[in-house]
Design a protein around this ligand. Structure first.
Ligand SMILES: *Cc1c(COP(=O)(O)O)cnc(C)c1O
Length: 383
């Protein structure tokens, strides 16, 4: 077995250069806190990108939690969420003692199936039991069917929250995903398209909601009538604000977002070219009018055509010191979530069983990628 000496990882941070400058400025000016010029600048830059008021937060999960509260989700409410996602899309529903209702994926793009959503909401509207909100996720950098989903939610007056943690830099008919719902949430976790080592951003359609989230993220301090910071608290707060140091890193990263998207898309194109002769590999499909960022290059492995299952291919690559991963394990199969309702689920199950995410870093060298492709070819050849 051939092994690379240096492990080839799924998705690693890739700094551009200016990050250190903004971090140094934070040190030089002693803005080593959750307030400071990097935070203000970053939020403004994010608003320029998305056209929406933006609030910088400690991480994406905190953003989703605040989005739940902004949507008024509370004890006993139901919230629709795709079953095929990462647990962070769902945990904030439980933070608020609400109940997730899982929905299946559509087989081409792997995101929330809009037809299932339309049917489910129509049926619930008839019995007067509409859910409080819908969370849509844009998996691996590909927007869900936002026009359809937005229209369905509006028809029933249900809040739409976008978990855009994986789709920074994507486009849906020229518009940035995360700006269709009432709230959109982004992540700067270490393995995402760009990173601040950690970090998140909430954008809201309504500026007052963004301000509400900002206040909640800073321990919900009301204005003190005496003006001496004798804090008044009339509602529950959280310590969810981003650090000004982290904001410096994210600022540097945001400057090169377009380059990083191009690089990840190029990685995907090289997989397509290098694996064209290998049967049984079907990529997550980019839909017309959308720009998939290819945050992760993901394929479905047909065991009969390829000659190996996806888990066996993951093990095969691991033996060569290459990290690959399955497509998310559906939430309805998780011990934590097994008692909640799931509408459908067989598409998500199949995607989990057959899906593989390949090394997709923007810093992946062509030589490293040739090695990965060679290992996949040999896995097929061995069959
Ligand atoms: C990464 C991720 C999150 C959470 O973001 P954090 O910044 O790590 O809290 C939420 N949802 C999805 C789909 C993600 O991939």
């Amino acid at each position: 077995m051939v092994r690379t000496a240096k492990r080839i990882l799924l998705s690693v941070p890739h700094m551009g250069g200016n990050e250190r400058r903004y971090v140094n400025e934070a040190f030089d000016t002693n803005w080593l806190s959750t307030v400071g010029p990097n935070l203000t600048a970053l939020e403004n830059e994010f608003t320029s990108l998305t056209g929406r008021p933006a609030v910088a937060l400690a991480n994406g999960t905190a953003g989703l939690h605040l989005a739940m509260r902004l949507a008024g989700v509370g004890n006993g409410d139901e919230v629709i969420v795709p079953t095929l996602t990462f647990s962070a899309s769902v945990n904030p529903i439980l933070y608020e003692q609400a109940r997730p209702v899982f929905l299946d994926s559509e087989p081409r793009g792997w995101n929330l199936d809009p037809n299932l959503l339309a049917e489910f909401l129509a049926q619930r509207a008839r019995v007067g039991r509409l859910p409080k909100a819908v969370v849509v996720v844009h998996l691996f950098g590909l927007s869900a069917a936002l026009n359809e989903i937005q229209e369905i939610c509006q028809r029933h007056g249900v809040s739409l929250i976008e978990d855009a943690a994986e789709s920074l830099g994507a486009r849906y008919h020229e518009r940035h995903p995360g700006t269709f719902g009432e709230m959109g949430v982004f992540s700067f976790n270490g393995n995402k398209m760009i990173t601040g080592t950690t970090g998140g951003m909430l954008v809201a359609k309504n500026a007052a909601k963004a301000e509400q989230a900002r206040k909640w993220s800073q321990q919900a301090r009301d204005a003190d009538p005496l003006g001496v910071n004798n804090y008044v608290h009339s509602e529950l707060g959280f310590n969810y604000r981003m650090s000004n140091v982290v904001a410096g890193i994210v600022r540097g990263q945001l400057e090169i977002l377009e380059t990083r998207v191009e690089q990840r898309r190029a990685v995907f194109e090289r997989y397509l070219a290098g694996l064209a002769a290998v049967p049984g590999l079907t990529p997550q499909a980019e839909s017309a009018g959308c720009r998939h960022t290819r945050w992760l290059s993901c394929f479905q492995v047909d065991e009969n055509q390829f000659g190996m299952t996806a888990p066996d291919l993951i093990r095969w690559l691991d033996a060569a010191n290459v990290e690959a991963r399955p497509v998310w394990r559906p939430m309805h199969t998780q011990p934590l979530y097994k008692n909640f309702e799931c509408i459908g689920g067989s598409v998500a199950d199949a995607l989990n069983r057959q899906g593989i995410c390949l090394p997709s870093s923007s810093s992946l060298s062509e030589a490293e990628q040739r090695f990965v492709i060679e290992q996949i070819r040999s896995a097929h050849g061995r069959a």
